[in-house]
Each structure stands twice: as structure tokens, then as C-alpha cells.
Design a protein around this ligand. Structure first.
Ligand SMILES: Cc1cc2nc3c(=O)[nH]c(=O)nc-3n(C[C@H](O)[C@H](O)[C@H](O)COP(=O)(O)OP(=O)(O)OC[C@H]3O[C@@H](n4cnc5c(N)ncnc54)[C@H](O)[C@@H]3O)c2cc1C
Length: 393
């Protein structure tokens, strides 16, 4: 056996061990608590600290920047593994590699990576990404948040909506335009420390799903920023946003597969236990159909998700692949969670069983990281070679 083969075997063994470790953590430390903290609308800090100690936030961030240096396929499997127990923890685990960290890794300078990316990947701090605005989240190029130059720095004003991590973020990666008439070419990306004067957060309460995450409005009132706040070239912010959201789509797809798998696992277990008409409901063919449809759809979604991970690993932009994976996986997650509630009957709407939470969260998956209607549009646009008046995400 060659040294190269041994190396590959060692890497594969390490990856499998990590996926097992994350799954064991989910079963032992997350599953017993998720119902309680979902109801309380707050992620337990001690759980996040344990995850940081275990290196769970490192993802694809290279080892030299404090990460685990995973390939995208392993990253996707790790995110699925935690999401079988709570995909909201999958959000936090994916952010350093995707929505928050991807732009820093690709466009940040050494000082920015040292200050923000390293502690993010090591789980010592958290960040947030501010793309969506009160007016629209789909029309990224139409951002109303604006900035002007001020000496060597910038002054930024505007508002973002539906921004996650407002309770724990130490900084925000966000986007503003210098001139709206320039569309995508007028947008720049900024890193804003959370304690900068002029920054206000207004969390929303009582969301339908994703309840443990603190999501809300991020308001900028004449926020003064130094030159070091600019991420990437001035005017190149749209590329930073797309880098983040395309990796974010892989993470959402992986989380949706995890949630769908949790719906199937709960359904199989319940169907074997629940006795109606003197028989376990697992013996009824219509229940069996639901179970087999779920299993086939989940496998297809997982394959599509892994295909998009491989495309990113190959260094491709993978816009169509990540759109297909995000759209399909979130649609089948919503179907799986709906059928899981049906199989549980009245118990399906009780907080005593996990499927009610899965059902509420599954719907939200079809909206975040680009609404599925937008993904249908993007996929068709790539196939037909048409373009829109405006860039959408
Ligand atoms: C729990 C939660 C957490 C979130 N976290 C973040 C975050 O951390 N950072 C962030 O930036 N955003 C975040 N978002 C926002 C999310 O990314 C947006 O909701 C999403 O991109 C859709 O934008 P919108 O809600 O403004 O919908 P809109 O842009 O108002 O669109 C509404 C609907 O119109 C339809 N539509 C719009 N345009 C088209 C079109 N061209 N063709 C066909 N149909 C169309 C779609 O059905 C769409 O769902 C979060 C949202 C939620 C619910």
C-alpha cells in the first residue's frame, strides 16, 4: 500500500470520526434540551461553549486560520449530522465557512482574517451577515443601505431585516451602496464591530420557526467606519455577498437533509409503536407509502447536496448546483415534516413530540437563503441563458 493511499485512508477515518463525534454530541447533549430552548427562544451558551471546545465551528476554514480545513463534502455531512438533532446549531456551525466567514476568507486581508476569521472559526466569537433589507431580501443588488466616503473612512446608514445572531454577534458583515443607479457595481462589503456607535439591534420575538436563533432588525445611523472596515475592493461587494450565499445554500441544503432525516426517524419509530385497529400503524400501506417516499426523497436530496459540495470543492462557483440542492432539500424537508406530523396524528401537534418543531422549521427553510421561487428562476435562467433586469439571490 502506498504512502498516498495510507494518507487518504487516514483522512477518511478522521472525517468519519468527526461526523460520529458530532452525531454523538447531538444525541447526548442536544436532543434532551432542544425542546426547552426552542420554547425559550434562546440557544444555551454552555452548549455553544462546549461546541467551541470541540472545534465544531472550524468547518472549511483552513487550519492556518483556526479552522478544521474540511473539504466541502465532509463539511456538508457534519452539518447534516448536527441538524438531525437541531439545525439551528447547524446554522452556527456553518457560519464561519459560509454566510459570515466565506467572504472574509476569500476577500479579507491578513489583518481582517486575524481579527475576525480566526476567533470565529475557533468558536471564540460569533458573527452575523446582513444582506436582507426591510424592502426585500431577494433583490440583493437593489440595496437601500448606503455609504459615503469620509476622509480615509466611510459613513454608513440604512437598515437590514431578518438578521440572525443579533444576541451573540461581535461583528456584522454587511453591504451598502455608494450609488443606487450603479446596481450591483455600486455595492461594497463592510465589517462592522457590534459595539460601533450608531448600530442598533431590534430582535423579533415569537417567530414561526428557527426560534432559538435571535433574528431581527439591524439599524445603522451614520455609522463611522475606518478604512479597515472595507471587505474586498470598493464596488466589489456583490461578489462578496454571492460567495457567502452560495456556500450558505450548501449549508442550508445539508441542514434541510438533517431535518428531513429526523422526520423520517421519528416517523419510523412512532409507526412501529402506535397501535390502532389492534395493529401497529406501520402495517398500513398508506403509512408505508409515506415512509418510503420520505426515504427516497431524502436520499435524492442528500445526493444533490453532496453533488453541490463536490462542485464547490472543484473550485467552481456552483451557482446552479447549490440552488438545486437548496431548493430540492428544503422542499422535501417540508414534505417529510408534514407527513411526519400526519403519521403522529394528534400527537404530531403536541410539544411532547419533536415533529411539531420540525414542521414549523421546515417551512422556513423554503424561504431563507433565497426563496425557492428565486432558485427556480436562477436554475431556469442558467439553462435558458436568459438574464434578469436585476441580479437576484
Ligand atoms: C428565520 C430567518 C432567518 C434569517 N436570517 C438572515 C440572515 O442572517 N441574514 C440575512 O441577510 N437574511 C436573513 N433572512 C432573510 C432571508 O434570507 C430572506 O427572507 C429571503 O432571502 C427572502 O427575502 P424576503 O423575505 O425579503 O422576500 P421578498 O424578497 O419580499 O420576496 C417575497 C416572495 O416573493 C416572491 N418573489 C420575489 N421576487 C421574485 C421573483 N423575481 N420571481 C419570483 N418570485 C419572487 C418569492 O416567493 C418570495 O418568497 C432570514 C429569514 C428568516 C425567516
Amino acid at each position: 500500500m502506498s504512502a498516498e493511499t495510507l494518507d487518504i485512508e487516514q483522512v477518511e477515518a478522521d472525517e468519519a470520526a468527526l461526523i460520529r463525534l458530532v452525531g454523538d454530541f447531538g444525541r447526548k447533549s442536544v436532543a434532551p434540551r432542544v425542546r426547552e430552548y426552542d420554547a425559550a427562544e434562546s440557544l444555551p451558551r454552555d452548549l455553544l461553549a462546549q461546541m467551541g471546545d470541540l472545534g465544531f465551528f472550524g468547518g472549511i476554514v483552513p487550519v492556518e486560520w483556526g479552522g478544521l480545513g474540511l473539504d466541502y463534502l465532509t463539511f456538508s455531512r457534519v452539518i447534516e449530522a448536527i441538524s438531525r438533532y437541531d439545525h439551528c446549531l447547524g446554522v452556527l456551525m456553518s457560519m464561519p465557512s459560509a454566510l459570515v466567514g466565506a467572504g472574509l476568507l476569500q476577500f479579507g486581508d491578513t489583518a481582517q482574517k486575524e481579527r475576525w476569521l480566526r476567533p470565529l472559526a475557533e468558536g471564540r466569537i460569533f458573527g452575523a451577515a446582513g444582506v436582507t433589507e426591510p424592502r426585500s431580501g431577494s433583490d440583493v443588488a437593489g440595496t437601500d443601505t448606503h455609504y459615503r466616503r469620509d476622509g480615509d473612512g466611510f459613513v454608513l446608514s440604512g437598515a437590514k431585516a431578518w438578521i440572525t445572531n443579533l444576541d451573540i454577534a461581535s461583528f456584522y458583515v454587511t453591504f451598502a451602496t455608494s450609488d443606487k443607479s450603479k446596481g450591483a457595481h455600486g455595492i461594497s462589503a463592510f465589517i462592522i464591530p457590534a459595539d460601533t456607535p450608531g448600530v442598533e439591534v431590534r430582535p423579533y420575538k415569537d417567530k414561526l420557526g428557527f426560534r432559538p436563533l435571535c433574528t431581527g432588525e439591524l439599524v445603522f445611523k451614520d455609522v463611522r467606519l475606518g478604512r479597515d472596515a472595507l471587505l474586498g475592493e470598493e464596488g466589489a461587494g456583490y461578489a462578496v455577498a454571492m460567495t457567502a450565499v452560495e456556500r450558505g445554500r450548501l449549508a442550508v441544503a445539508s441542514r434541510a437533509v438533517g431535518l428531513a432525516q429526523a422526520s423520517l426517524d421519528a416517523s419510523v419509530s412512532y409507526a412501529k409503536d402506535r397501535v390502532v385497529f389492534s395493529r401497529p400503524i406501520a402495517e398500513f400501506q398508506m403509512v408505508q407509502k409515506k415512509i418510503s417516499d420520505m426515504a427516497v426523497n431524502i436520499k435524492a436530496a442528500r445526493l444533490l447536496t453532496e453533488d453541490s459540495a463536490r462542485a464547490l470543492q472543484a473550485g467552481r462557483r456552483a451557482r446552479t448546483e447549490t440552488s438545486m440542492a437548496k431548493m430540492f432539500a428544503s422542499d422535501i424537508a417540508q414534505q417529510a415534516a408534514t407527513e411526519a406530523v400526519q403519521i403522529h396524528g394528534a400527537n404530531g401537534v403536541s410539544p411532547e413530540f419533536p415533529v411539531a418543531r420540525l414542521y414549523r422549521d421546515a417551512k422556513v427553510f423554503q424561504i431563507v437563503e433565497g426563496a425557492n421561487d428565486i432558485h427556480r428562476l436562477l436554475i431556469a435562467r442558467d439553462l435558458l441563458g436568459t438574464s434578469s433586469r436585476r441580479a437576484a439571490r
